[in-house]
Design a binder for this molecule. Structure first.
Ligand code: 0PR
Length: 371
């Protein structure tokens, strides 16, 4: 079969990705409703209602049931929409947005597309954005600041409460990229982990990216953008008057878009419930701790920082991380390679036996590279 050479999540070998093996129930739902198109919401008004309810459910996880937004193609579209809303609301000639040095490359894409200068503020020793450096980078052209709740490389949460104060003081739009962390932190909070304020609880937060197709267990495509209220979303709303279902509003980049994805997310949230997600996160965190305990015992290997969520950074002072990643790949493992570390993500498809096998192979690879 042509597709046999693809990696699969079931094999447990994809250990550096942020996507998941979609929940079986959600897969069935998705397959059943493929005709639904939310680009013409007048034809599919029941699906549009489910989208509103989905946003409310996710909003309630993020301390704001009044949130307004959409289930879209992914975190990249969400971040572009947020910066677009920020630009429309600021009405400035020249625009700059300050993002942490750790921010995802989708902000650079957004910068190019929207003609916004993206300014990266440096991180502190805990890999969080340095708030002083960020505040100093504000200029008369600044329209927004961004914080990340679950960085792509390390799963670190920026000090969102402090960013909220800075944004409110300077009259700036604050966007939080919780593409990954948005489906982790609310449950860690319920599991009584020490979770700092990262969501709409911080009064300056105007929008949040939160992706069901990452830790939400939904099938691709299912990203999420939540605005604090309808008013913020209005900045990027377009009236489309001629549709078969009658006039409709679009506040997304694409027109025609998957209603099935929305119904899949709606069903999944109700099917798993908070309890289901909580148990899933508990399992992921147990495996994360196992990895974080065992990796530093291997000579030459360390962990970058104590994991906040199920993401681990693996640097080495003595070995080349590029070579380690390459050797692991030869043994069938797919890890993510960053400039100074390897990223491992204990996604829900990773089981204890995969972790054990991975640690064995990692030991062998490190041993061989030490020579
Ligand atoms: N924001 C953050 C914090 C992200 O980590 C990502 C992607 C995005 C936005 C963009 O999301 P979309 O990819 O949905 O547009 N994070 C992962 C990464 O870049 C995406 C990923 C997923 C990569 C699966 C590899 C993979 O196998 O690492």
């Amino acid at each position: 079969m042509r597709l046999e050479k693809d990696f699969t999540y079931k094999s447990g070998r994809i250990i550096g990705s942020m996507c998941n093996d979609p929940n079986p129930f959600a897969r069935k739902v998705l397959a059943r409703f493929l005709e639904k198109n939310l680009g013409d919401s007048g034809l599919f008004s029941a699906t549009a209602e489910l989208e509103k309810e989905t946003i409310q459910m996710i909003g309630s996880l993020l301390s704001n049931e009044k949130a307004s937004g959409h289930i879209i193609t992914g975190g990249t579209e969400a971040n572009i929409l947020a910066l677009w809303a920020a630009k429309k609301s600021a009405k400035k000639e020249k625009c700059e947005v300050i993002v942490p040095a750790s921010a995802h490359c989708s902000f650079d894409k957004a910068g190019e597309l929207l003609d916004i200068k993206i300014v990266r503020a440096r991180l502190d020793s805990k890999f969080q954005v340095n708030t002083e450096a960020l505040a100093k980078a504000i200029t008369p052209n600044t329209i927004a600041v961004v914080g990340v709740a679950g960085t792509t490389g390390l799963g670190v949460v920026d000090p969102i409460a402090a960013l909220s104060e800075i944004a409110l003081d300077a009259g700036l739009y604050l966007h939080v990229d919780a593409a990954f962390g948005g489906f982790v932190l609310p449950f860690l909070r319920e599991l009584e982990h020490d979770v700092p304020i990262f969501d709409f609880e911080a009064p300056g937060v105007c929008s949040i990216t939160v992706d069901p197709h990452k830790m939400g267990l939904a099938p691709i495509p299912a990203g999420g953008i939540l605005f604090r209220d309808e008013r913020v979303k209005e900045f990027i709303s377009w009236n489309v008057s001629y549709l078969a279902g009658g006039e409709a509003k679009h506040a997304t980049i694409v027109g025609t878009r998957s209603g099935a994805s929305v119904i899949a997310v709606w069903s999944l949230l109700r099917h798993l419930g908070r309890e289901g997600y909580k148990q899933m996160i508990r399992r992921c965190m147990r495996l994360t701790w196992k990895l974080a305990d065992e990796i530093p015992k291997i000579e030459g290997l360390e962990i970058m920082t104590k994991p906040t969520m199920n993401v681990i950074g693996l640097p080495s002072h003595t070995l080349s991380v590029k070579q380690i990643a390459h050797e692991l790949r030869l043994k069938g493992w797919a890890v993510a390679l960053f400039p100074r570390h390897i990223r491992i993500v204990a996604m829900p498809h990773i089981q204890r036996k995969h972790v054990d096998e991975f640690l064995e192979d990692l030991k062998t690879v490190a041993h061989n590279l030490r020579g």
